[in-house]
Design a protein. Structure first.
Length: 403
């Protein structure tokens, strides 16, 4: 199955691609993913949620807070403003590093954070706990997205799940008529795809190497690809270094990535279902996707609230709005991801959407490892070792790419 590619989706992804190309991958500063201190002790807003303060500043991935300016037919911000009186301003970002940097200025009330940013915001004391009882639509969020390491710390919720996706193996069907069942050709020095693979250009990609090592080198004892002690991290970095001669290009631009796959200049890549949909257009079949047996990394984004926002009522009203069944369906379909709200699948315009993005397939997600900020206090629960923190992942990636 394949989603219909609309002109508005192409426009959206083009905007994302330009931002990614401009900002580049990897890294980011302030706050770093270093040693994880005790999480901030601020209490969640007790409520009740009252009338809005009249304004809300939103920091979001492109496509998450559409107000009709990209496409007049795509607008869930204006209805929110009309219903609540909260006038919304939207700033978009292209990478998690940029999101952390921008949110750290204190200029924004809420942010849609991926898992490789959320813990940096928590431990950087930038966000407040979220009182989920004040978000009625939270009750309908898929249970497997709740209370996870990327949105909760020590039993405290710091956000509301928004949507999710897997970082799949994308492949050219002419080069690989039979779907690959393993990531092997992305890593093996003797790969038939040598010189034609395209990995993601970001330090968090080291986790993809760790996922592969979980199966191929079980003696390393990797249980969580974002909780790597020194030995495990060094092994993952060595695998990424070994991969370099196989690489045609590292991708940061999903449109360019899809074009490379469709033309055969790239025959295997790690990426998104959306990329294949765009590459194939209305009727093409040159690019396909699969989740290999070893599993995959992925993302589960979270809406978070600034620690000292003066617009807390508008913030809570917004969180409830964007995860409502209808709006969450709109966002998931427009952006290209699985919705977080269980009721959204019945409301998508394309009735194949949730099947394509595996929204309701619990087993599909069982070996998808959602982006989580690596911190020194290992997120896999180990206390007898220290794990390599995010800032070293970013620094190592930069060094790998420059040599």
């Amino acid at each position: 199955m394949r989603l219909k590619t609309t002109a508005r989706t192409v426009a959206l992804v083009g905007a994302v691609a330009l931002g990614l190309a401009a900002c580049g991958g990897g890294g980011g500063s302030a706050p770093s993913g270093g040693a994880a201190p005790a999480p901030p002790s601020a209490a969640a807003f007790a409520g009740p949620v009252g009338a809005g303060e009249g304004q809300l500043s939103v920091l979001a991935w492109p496509g998450y807070a559409e107000d009709g300016s990209t496409d007049p037919a795509v607008d869930w911000v204006t209805p929110f403003e009309q219903q609540t009186g909260c006038q919304v301003t939207v700033k978009t970002f292209a990478t998690s590093a940029e999101a952390v940097q921008l949110f750290s200025t204190g200029e924004y009330d809420v942010v849609s954070a991926s898992g490789d940013a959320s813990l940096r915001l928590v431990y950087g004391d930038r966000v407040q706990p979220v009182n989920t009882s004040l978000v009625p639509n939270y009750a309908d969020i898929f249970p497997e997205l709740k209370d996870k390491p990327w949105n909760s710390v020590a039993g405290t919720n710091y956000g509301i799940p928004h949507g999710r996706g897997a970082n799949l193996l994308l492949y050219n069907t002419a080069a690989f008529p039979t779907a690959p069942t393993s990531w092997k050709d992305m890593w093996d020095p003797a790969s038939p795809a040598k010189g034609k693979i395209s990995p993601y250009d970001d330090g968090i990609y080291i986790a993809d190497a760790a996922v592969y090592l979980m199966t191929t080198r079980p003696e390393l004892g990797i249980k969580n690809p974002y909780a790597l002690d020194r030995t495990q991290f060094d092994a993952a970095v060595e695998l990424v270094r070994q991969q370099k001669p196989l690489v045609a290009e590292y991708w940061a631009d999903v449109v360019k990535q899809g074009q490379g796959l469709a033309s055969g200049a790239v025959t295997q890549s790690q990426g998104w279902q959306l990329t294949a949909n765009l590459a194939n257009g209305e009727s093409g079949t040159s690019v396909a996707t699969t989740k290999p047996a070893e599993g995959a990394t992925g993302w589960s984004d979270t809406w978070m609230i600034k620690k000292d926002t003066p617009n807390v009522n508008c913030a809570y009203l917004w969180l409830n709005h964007v995860v409502s069944p209808q709006v969450n369906a709109q966002i998931a379909e427009y952006f290209g991801e699985a919705p977080a709200n269980q009721k959204s699948c019945a409301l998508t315009t394309n009735k194949e959407h949730c099947a394509v993005f595996h929204a309701e397939e619990t087993d599909f997600w069982s070996n998808v490892y959602y982006w989580t900020t690596p911190v020194e206090n290992c997120v896999d629960g180990r206390t007898d070792v220290k794990c390599v923190p995010y800032d070293e992942w970013a620094r190592t990636w930069s060094e790998l790419r420059s040599t």
